[in-house]
Write a protein that binds this ligand. Sequence first.
Ligand code: NAP
Length: 256
Amino acid sequence: MKRVEGKVAVVTGGALGIGRAACLLLAREGAKVAVTDIADEEGGKVTEEIKELGGFAKYWHVDTSNEDDVSSAFSSIVSEFGSIDILVNNAGIAGVNKPTHEISEEEWEKVMGVNVKGVFLCTKHSIPFMKESGGGSIINMSSIYGLVGAADLPPYHATKGAVRLMSKNDALIYAKDNIRVNSIHPGFIWTPLVEELARDSSEGVEAFRDQLDSRHPIGHVGEPDDIAYGVLYLASDESKFITGSELIIDGGYTAQ
Ligand code: NAP
């Protein structure tokens, strides 16, 4: 028996990075995967990759900050796949990297719209389906930046702190419905999001990566699969007694 055999998983931001790794691993372990993203071409490629490996997947365009997108896609996923058992609220953006007093209202709201409202909207529109089918597992991608500060990316820190507590609150609200809600807190993972931060940095990509590596006691940044395995565990029934919890996967970053 595969670890999430027979379950339907929705992954937001599933085209690239951590989301892509989660889609591939959940499919390999038997889930039907709804890959969702705004990067349609890359999202389509992930579903093709899953099918070539013998898995089951389909792509939906979903901007998580747009309620119409979320609502219509989630209804369509249930019509085609039968249920939503696993929701991975993974889509997120880094946003502007400026000191707080230089950030515009629009820049602040953009990050909030994806990282916080997106998690709210996808949770809101998956809960009725989970209740109907008798339960589910929601996995919210927070960050080490939702646990500790770092003197950069102010709106990003605010959003990831919010996601941590939204997870605990929803865990309490929906425990009676057999819906578990947990957050994952990755350290730095080498993905397109972090590569962009590296490209934008004053020191250049190589020096940026060396500096990031040195901030993790284990000696290097992580890979998308390091996080995907955490997603798989929280998605599977192996974690059936875990809710309102935070899974830190950070090479020791926050142990210091
Ligand atoms: P990534 O490489 O940028 O991939 C994220 C995907 O989400 C991209 O395909 C992106 O599309 C998509 N996306 C952006 N805005 C969206 C929206 N409004 N609706 C739907 N999809 C959207 O990011 P990642 O590094 O894999 O990060 C995934 C999650 O992990 C994020 O929540 C991030 O905050 C969190 N995280 C990452 C790290 C890290 O070091 N990488 C550490 C801690 C937490 P576009 O490329 O078109 O924007």
